[in-house]
Every structure is written in C-alpha cells, then in structure tokens.
Write a protein that binds this ligand. Structure first.
Ligand SMILES: NC(=O)c1ccc[n+]([C@@H]2O[C@H](COP(=O)([O-])OP(=O)(O)OC[C@H]3O[C@@H](n4cnc5c(N)ncnc54)[C@H](OP(=O)(O)O)[C@@H]3O)[C@@H](O)[C@H]2O)c1
Length: 330
C-alpha cells in the first residue's frame, strides 16, 4: 500500500490566495488493477489558470488540479513500463494511479541532456501556448512588431524568443528591473518595468513609435486598454490570459473597443492551448525541443524544493516572484 500526500482546497479563495486556503492530506491508494500504473511525482506544475479553475471547478475538500512529470513506479499496463517518464494530470499529489488514458510520453527523441521538468514548461504546456498563440492565433509575419506582457514568465519568455526566431521586433514588459535585464539578455528589442513607468501609453509609444502588429496578451485589464489603441492596421491580438484580473471579485471596467477595431480592422481571439492536438501538437513540441537544443530558446525555470511548498510556490508566482516556469520538485 502506498500513502499519497495531496494538497486540497480547504477554503475557496477570497482575493489573493493564502496558505490557510490549502490543506495537505494523506490518502492510502488501493492495489493496482489490470491496465493501471502507479505514478510518483518528480516535478509539479504551478500555473495561473489554477487561480481561476479552482473557483470554477472545485469544491472545498477537492485536490487542486494540475499536471506533473511523473515516473511509473509500478505497472500493470505494458504501454507504460516501470521506469518510464510521463506527463500526467494527477493534480497536486505525490502519488497517483492512472489507467494510462490521459498519460503523455515525452516527445520522441527527448535527449538525456535536457531536464525532464521542461516537459511542463518550455517543451510542454506553456511553450506550446506561446507557439500556437503567436504562430497560429497572431499569424505572425517576418518584420512585424510584437508586444507581450508578463514577458519574463513561462509563456511570455518563449513568446519573445519565438518572435525573434521569426525575424520580428519584440517589446516586453515585466514587473522588476531584474526581469527587464533578463529580457534584454534574451534578445527582446525593448523591455520595460511596467510598475515603474509613469504613463504606460507613452512608454508603449516610445517602445514602438510605429505601433504594434501583434499583441500577445497575458495580463488583460488596464494594460490591454493601453495597447489596443496602438495596434496597427490589420493587427492581431491573442488573448492568452488576464492575470491582472484573476484575484478580483468585482467585474472589470474596460474601454469601448469598437472604434479601433473598426478603423484599424483588428482581430482579437481567445484561445486555450489544448485546442491543438495530435500531429500539430507533436510538431509544436518537436520545434520547441529543436530550438532549445540549438540554443535559440533559452529556458528559464523557477523551481522550489519539496511538495510541502506547493501553496507557497503558487502564491509566489501570482505575486511575480518567478522568472520563467514555476515548478515544484517533489
Ligand atoms: N490560454 C492558454 O491556454 C494559457 C496557457 C498557459 C498560460 N496562460 C495564461 O498566460 C499568462 C501567463 O502564464 P504563465 O504560466 O506564463 O505565468 P508566468 O508569467 O510564469 O507567471 C505569472 C506572472 O504574471 C505576472 N503578473 C502577476 N500579476 C500581474 C498583474 N496584476 N499585472 C501584470 N502582470 C502580473 C507576474 O510577473 P510580473 O513580475 O511581470 O508582474 C508573474 O510572474 C497567464 O495569464 C495564464 O493564465 C494561458
């Protein structure tokens, strides 16, 4: 018998999550049935969507949702022998049982030199979000100018680097001077600390006097109000996230967007990364893996040690303590 530790929702979040909203529990897992595997978490993902999905899908007492890189430690499923590594949607838990249906193997050709944790970040969900959001939703073209916010994070840092690979000019914003310095190192053409600028509108104008062709929006709210009027003719906006609004209990006020949308002939589309499945998803993973190996994408990870620290890592990420993908090493 294996005892699994799980982080559960003790109390629904009111505003920013606090540690007392979470409770750790132990459960005894049953013996495996035919077709099942026992998984042990190696790395667990901490993501902004959890702030929203907890409110939407969980009741108090439920285990927090989330993906992890896990090792198969016992197997009654020949597709996943003992010792194989998988990406699993097991939630915030140290051990879990799966029937194999929702397990994903690492992309073919994964080299031993790459950390397994990348399968949750740059060569996983957040890398694919950047890839499809920019290449498909924004339909980025060489020579265009891209604006991305939360640019030093898991998604944003990859957005900026893909934009450079595709021969574009990229402007990024982040919440500290250290993060801005990192963006400059990654090759962003212009980076600024949005917490320090007097006028966001003026800063955006200075960063790109000729406006923006693509806007990869991770932040939403007031930031987006400032970007939309600076979009160029036929500009495209990928609505990836709205992290500035996730903790708020009140409905948000925005600008009327019709005039810039009509006269600049803009297109704005929300998306969820799981839209791209099958071969197209595999191509995305293969491209990301190749770019990482070629050094064209530098990966950033913010790893906390210890399963006990899941809530702290989550709260820290929402507060902007992370650079790159936030993970917990079990
Ligand atoms: N649509 C999809 O399928 C999909 C998939 C993955 C992620 N997302 C979304 O993409 C966005 C980025 O996700 P991620 O995983 O890459 O997270 P992340 O950027 O690694 O971490 C979150 C970052 O958001 C920034 N932030 C927090 N509050 C903010 C505020 N009020 N204003 C501006 N920035 C704020 C913080 O950085 P600063 O220090 O810069 O403030 C923090 O580090 C999120 O909105 C997420 O929900 C969407």
């Amino acid at each position: 018998m294996v005892r699994a530790k799980c982080w559960t929702l003790k109390k629904h979040f009111k505003g920013p999550p606090t540690k007392s909203d979470f409770e750790i529990k132990e459960v005894e897992l049953p013996a495996l049935k035919n077709g099942e595997v026992l998984l042990e978490a190696l790395f667990l993902s901490v993501d902004p969507y959890m702030r929203v999905s907890v409110r939407k899908y969980l009741k108090e007492g439920d285990t927090i949702m989330g993906s992890q890189v896990a090792r198969v430690v016992e197997s009654k499923n020949p597709t996943f022998p003992v010792g194989s590594t998988v990406v699993a949607n097991s939630g915030w838990t140290t051990h879990s049982i799966s029937d194999g249906k929702n397990l994903e193997k690492l992309p073919a050709g994964w080299p031993d030199t790459l950390p397994l944790s990348l399968a949750l970040g740059t060569i996983g969900m957040t890398g694919l979000t950047a890839y499809f959001g920019l290449l498909d939703i924004c339909a980025l073209k060489e020579g265009e100018t891209v604006m991305v916010n939360a640019a030093s994070g898991a998604v944003g840092s990859v957005v900026g680097q893909i934009a450079k690979i595709k021969g574009c000019r990229v402007v990024g914003s982040a919440g500290s001077d250290e993060k801005v310095a990192m963006l400059e190192k990654l090759g962003f053409d212009y980076a600024f600390n949005y917490k320090k600028v007097g006028s966001l509108e003026e800063t955006l104008k200075k960063a790109s006097p000729n406006g923006y062709d693509c806007y990869f929006d991770n932040v939403g709210g007031a930031f987006t109000n400032a970007v939309i009027p600076q979009m160029n003719k036929y500009g495209r906006i990928a609505v990836c996230g709205a992290i500035s609004t996730y903790n708020s209990e009140e409905p948000q006020q925005g600008i009327y967007i019709q005039a810039p949308f009509i006269y600049q002939e803009l297109r704005m589309e929300g998306f969820i990364v799981h839209r791209w499945q099958g071969d197209i998803r595999q191509k995305g993973l293969t491209d990301l893996m190749k770019w990482v190996q070629e050094g064209k994408i530098k990966y950033q990870e913010h790893i906390s040690e210890g399963f006990e620290n899941m809530p702290t890592a989550f709260i820290g990420m929402l507060n902007g303590e992370n650079v790159g993908k936030t993970l917990v090493k079990a």
